[in-house]
Design a protein around this ligand. Structure first.
Ligand code: FES
Length: 97
């Protein structure tokens, strides 16, 4: 669900297109992980550890780049991301696993 009510677009915000769900907006100033931002805006992503190890939150990335803020264990990092452990560097298009 996109933000409701009064919405101020900040230049630093990133648009996250979640295939088969809806678009959300990520504000770096909120100091949240991509997973936290997705959950807050109603996107359903299965998750468990929030530490980059279980791979439950894994999403395929088809467009854009992310930056990790903690160490992760992930095979095929060019194809997948772990939203619990990263923030977007650009607008993204992701497909939840
Ligand atoms: S919730 Fe475990 S890797 Fe993201």
């Amino acid at each position: 669900m996109p933000p409701t009510g009064v919405f101020f677009w900040e230049k630093s915000m990133k648009k996250i297109t979640v295939v088969n769900q809806f678009d959300i907006y990520f504000a770096p100033e909120d100091h949240k992980s991509l997973l936290e931002a997705m959950e807050e805006q109603g996107v359903r992503i299965s998750n468990m550890c929030h530490d980059g190890f279980c791979n439950q939150c894994r999403c395929e990335i088809t467009e854009g780049e992310v930056e990790y803020f903690q160490d992760i264990i992930l095979s095929e990092p060019e194809k997948y991301i772990l939203p619990c452990s990263c923030i977007p560097k650009t607008d993204l298009t992701v497909i939840p696993d």
